[in-house]
Ligand binder design. Structure first.
Ligand code: ADP
Ligand code: MG
Length: 487
């Protein structure tokens, strides 16, 4: 498919704007004192000026403190250390001078940072010993320190393995194993070392796996060493901060009409609306069209050519709402999506994250608006926990629906019967419209040439004229059949 993207013309000055007065303030985060932590620990957190939990901490601490194994993914600098340090520290029996927790890190620098952070947090109780065991320094002093006893060891897999083989490190009392920066440890070829170290740990233990990314190897590592782990994944920070999520409670039968209300209020130029079933997709498109919206369904039942046509119309802004199921939207990569509407909240948090991650790309802001019945609220709670945010609930009647002013798609698609096989190129179509026909370049949008067909987006105001002129003139020396596509 060849496309010619005429940029500026596609964004008339009246581009959509959300209601700025309602923009959420910077997220203050949840306080630590809702967690089952000793008061002395809360004091230390205050002294360190940790006023509230970071998102990954909010998502993982309740689970880790409850004893679950965990796979937690969040980018560097998001506060993962405290997310595993607090659970392992509060579980220590300080009177028992034996290694009760071990943290594996990929490098000495990272192990040193983790050691320091754990030591700072460990001040909530006197005499907690935290020992760093890394390569690049002599074994002997480390062996001596181990003989004196430690509660927590932090180290690189290779050196920890050495100590285990020489018998200087004993793990019978271990109850928490942490794999920090697991993705990097795998990159650095530590898989077998990790496997050896884990095999030497008591099987009744808690295992916490932290990672900045989630490459394939992580799942198999987790499958081997974790027990029915809970998963906590945070969206990339850039996406998380650009996507503004709102949840609207609505009775099930009223939700199709609620979509129109959202569209009239937020006025996004392009929206992808997700339904859980095909029937609901059909019903929604019908409803939206009746309300005057340019909506199309992307259903799994469409033939390839029809599917291409729908996607072309959406991409060239002649269709403003695309309604799809997750299956039909698979692999879809659409730039400039101002909003995602979840007509049904999906029961799968991963799918939710995937859905809303389609908006707020690059430098653009995006709205992720979800409709849910009171029965769906549990789904929202688990999504919020997994993503580490506090859901923002709104009422539908806050929406200032401007009746009689349906949102019009900025462009209309013209279909030309003739394509690459007929040697038509985008430049020929643009030339025909801006040459003899006399239209301005800004009035013409995206031009897409497929094997047999050509689609050209033009502004509403010139659509009829453009059809007339193109039909009267010639393309590549031949008369062509042209018509406007109704949406
Ligand atoms: P990660 O392991 O995810 O890369 P770190 O655990 O190293 O991130 O934390 C990054 C920085 O944020 C550290 O300086 C840490 O002290 C600080 N930090 C962690 N949690 C909080 C919090 N809740 N409030 C304020 N600062 C925090
Ligand atoms: Mg870290």
């Amino acid at each position: 498919m060849t496309t010619l993207n005429d940029t500026s013309s596609e964004h008339p000055a009246d581009s959509p704007s959300g209601p700025s007065s309602q923009s959420p303030a910077a997220d203050p985060g949840l306080p630590f004192d809702g967690l089952p932590l000793p008061l002395a620990m809360l004091d230390i957190l205050r002294q360190l000026d940790y006023r509230s939990m970071t998102p990954i901490q909010a998502a993982s601490l309740p689970l880790a403190l409850a004893g679950h194994d965990l796979i937690a993914q969040a980018k560097t600098g998001s506060g993962k250390t405290a997310a595993f340090a607090l659970p392992l520290l509060t579980r220590l029996d300080v009177r028992r001078l034996a290694v009760q927790a071990m943290v594996l890190c990929p490098t000495r620098e990272l192990a040193d940072q983790v050691t320091q952070e754990i030591r700072r947090l460990a001040r909530f109780e006197a005499n907690i010993k935290v020992l760093s065991l890394c390569g690049g320094t002599p074994m002997r002093p480390q062996r001596d320190s181990l003989e004196h006893g430690a509660h927590v060891v932090v180290g690189t897999p290779g050196r920890i393995m050495d100590h285990l083989e020489r018998g200087s490190l004993k793990l019978d009392a271990l109850n928490t194993l942490v794999l920090d920066e697991a993705d990097r440890m795998l990159d650095m070829g530590f898989h077998d070392d990790i496997a050896y170290v884990a095999s030497r740990c008591p099987s009744a233990r808690q295992t916490l796996l932290f990672s900045a990314t989630y490459p394939e190897g992580i799942a198999s590592l987790a499958a081997r060493f974790l027990r029915t782990p809970q998963e906590v994944k945070l969206l990339e920070q850039h996406a998380g901060s650009k996507i503004r999520q709102r949840f609207y409670e609505v009775d099930h039968p009223a939700r199709l009409q609620a979509v129109g209300k959202l569209l009239r209020h937020y006025r996004p130029a392009s929206t992808l609306a997700f339904c859980n079933t095909r029937q609901q997709c059909r019903d929604l498109v019908e409803q939206l069209r009746a309300e005057g919206f340019a909506a199309l369904a992307l259903s799994g039942e469409l033939e390839q050519r029809e599917r291409d046509q729908v996607l072309i119309q959406f991409a060239n802004r002649s269709c403003s709402v695309l309604v799809a199921t997750d299956v039909a939207a698979r692999g879809l990569d659409i730039a400039q999506l101002e909003a995602v509407i979840n007509v049904d909240v999906t029961p799968d948090p991963e799918i939710h994250i995937h859905r809303i991650g389609r908006t707020g790309r690059g430098d653009e802001d995006g709205w992720a608006l979800s409709l849910c019945s009171s029965a769906d609220k549990r789904r929202v709670a688990s999504i919020a926990q997994m993503m580490g945010f506090e859901p923002e609930w709104h009422a539908l009647d806050e929406l200032t629906a401007e009746e009689g002013q349906p949102l019009q798609a900025p462009m209309v698609s013209l279909l030309i019967l003739g394509g690459r096989k007929d040697k038509i190129r985008p430049a020929d179509v643009l030339g025909a419209l801006t040459g003899e026909a006399g239209f301005k370049r800004e009035q013409v949008g995206k031009i897409t040439v497929t094997d047999q067909l050509t689609y050209v987006a033009v502004q509403h105001a010139i659509a009829r004229d453009a059809v007339r002129r193109l039909s009267a003139g010639k393309l590549k020396g031949r008369k062509v059949n042209v018509r406007a596509l109704e949406v």
